[in-house]
Design a binder for this molecule. Sequence first.
Ligand SMILES: NC(=O)c1ccc[n+]([C@@H]2O[C@H](COP(=O)([O-])OP(=O)(O)OC[C@H]3O[C@@H](n4cnc5c(N)ncnc54)[C@H](O)[C@@H]3O)[C@@H](O)[C@H]2O)c1
Length: 337
Amino acid sequence: MNIGIIGCGNISGIYVKNFTSGLWPQVTLRACADLDPAKAKAVADAHPGVEAVTVEELLADPEIGLVLNLTLPQAHHPVGLACVRAGKHHYSEKPMALNTDQAAELQREAEKHGVRVDCAPDTFLGAGIQTAARAVKEGLIGIPVSVTGHMICRGHESWHPAPAFYYQQGGGPLMDMGPYYLTAMVAMLGKVRSVQAVNRKTFPTRMITSNPLKGTEISVEVDTHITALLDFECGAAGTLVTSFDGVNPGLPPITLSGTEGGLRVPDPNIFGGDVVLVKNKEETILPHVNAYSENSRGLGVAEMAEAIENGGTYQADGDLAAHVLEIMQKILSVPPV
Ligand SMILES: NC(=O)c1ccc[n+]([C@@H]2O[C@H](COP(=O)([O-])OP(=O)(O)OC[C@H]3O[C@@H](n4cnc5c(N)ncnc54)[C@H](O)[C@@H]3O)[C@@H](O)[C@H]2O)c1
């Protein structure tokens, strides 16, 4: 399937690298577009066979079957709607949309136009989370009792070239990093049926210290320290802390506790990492169940394209992303205590 990318910013580099390196023969990157034509041109110049076009040209190209939307969170829904209305399958970076109404509209329009909408992250398809999910499914920890997740850092304004979006609607640590953690948790334990939360905004403004906007102040529109309780349908209880406000004192990314054993699960923002089974006072690193332990962003697109071409299902589908968005929306709408 021929694909096109809309949004040639920071994260596009790894997708373009993976799509042009022949990792997935089922997809061919043909074109890229950005509001800033110079960014699309830079990608095309560096990758023979990839053409820089406008968004309108990309959507009108009958050769392109699927669009990868790597724009900012606030543009995921409008760009996504334009894609599906142009008859293109659509895979976007996370979050799927700003809220569940937008996500539902995207899914409805996609159905109407006979195309699919799906969403990152695809890191949970990697060796780390898939190995952990298999261990849970095979009963290696007995009945899952609890899961914990911690993503605590001081924000992205020290490294990202244009970090304001992380503090606007659609940003914040939960909408930005929560999808990795929640998608991994749902992949391991199944759906969440209810949530509780305590949400804070420690800093009303942030100072950019990265170039080229060093010294620019950002106004913070969203909560930036989110502590959530998750009630899973399977009976497990979860806690998830996502923060752009604090320093992580060494809390592990994800742990699972079961009636017979425990698991230390690697950072769900990467594809690989060790999965450690703790049982009978012994620790065992479990063998990976697949080979995706390098940065394989684009794997979800490849699996989606393959399923569209040959029939079948795939894991990073729109319903999973919509469920994760619903969990995040509910967490963020818990009123202050
Ligand atoms: N930067 C990362 O490390 C990272 C990692 C994983 C996921 N993501 C996600 O990827 C997405 C993009 O992040 P980024 O860091 O690449 O941001 P970025 O600001 O570097 O790039 C976004 C690009 O999209 C373009 N754009 C915005 N609206 C557009 C529109 N309507 N039409 C065409 N182009 C448009 C911008 O001009 C810009 O070039 C976000 O959803 C983010 O959460 C980023």
